[in-house]
Ligand binder design. Sequence first.
Ligand SMILES: [Zn+2]
Ligand SMILES: [Zn+2]
Length: 308
Amino acid sequence: MNLEAFILGSGGMMPLPNRHLTSVLLRREGELFLFDAGEGTQVSLRKLNLRWKKISVIFVSHTHADHVTGIPGLLMLSSQVDRDDPLYIIGPPRIAEYIETSRRVLDMYINYEIIVQEVTEPGIVYQGDGFHVRAFPLRHTKPCYGYTLEEDWRPGMFHPEKADALGVPRGPLWAQLQAGETVTAADGSEVRPDQVLGERRSGRKFSFVTDTLPFSEIADEVHYSDFFVCEGMFERALEETAREKKHMTAEQAAIIAEAAEVKKLALIHYSPRYTEYDLKQLLKEAQSIFPGTILSRDRMVYPIEYVD
Ligand SMILES: [Zn+2]
Ligand SMILES: [Zn+2]
């Protein structure tokens, strides 16, 4: 099952010619989930030729302009499409007011259902087929949430030699065992899946954390993420500035990644003060703490693989 992250925008505060504002798209078996939609989100979707009509949910961290101004354009773009499923928009208080006002003032006639859910406490905010999304509070200048998308556990590896030994003939019965069903062997005895499967295996986990002070509970939430997208807005020398503005440095993001034992950290939401060249400094500082750090770039695609 494919799971890929597309960076649609990597900038914070202000768009630059080659850097749109923060937005990450996750594609899981053809289904799309958007995490924030800053200015330029639509442009990146077009350039990547993604089938944006399939967006099921837009998760919003907070209602600062650099994270939500791409939403009205997206809704406009998709106002008259063939879709039976509703579009969910999940975010902090006042997101409903923002969507409602945009629709009204901009005269959008949208021919499908939009369901807006405001998050007020930590917990599971969306349940899909084989995964769930959890929201947890961050510490910014206004209510802000981080999100994790976590897949369900998978059955263990199938051991054909054990099935053979128990007298289950190769064929459909093997598939049934792998699907978790008990089958009847050639001699009439029952064979349970746990007799032929190894330890159950974890699914994959994606985390999205932006616009926050660093604090230790973030590491608990994003623990063991396979792909952790986290704000790395400033260099170490501007740690005080970051604190005042309730943001974090690339190095602080790396400290969280290290504590959370994530597999890969992708920095995002760069201050517009940094040129592409300057970003190398942020990367260096983060990698000195957590070597598995990368710089997210607009329209970068990252496949999220199973560990085993
Ligand atoms: Zn921001
Ligand atoms: Zn903000």
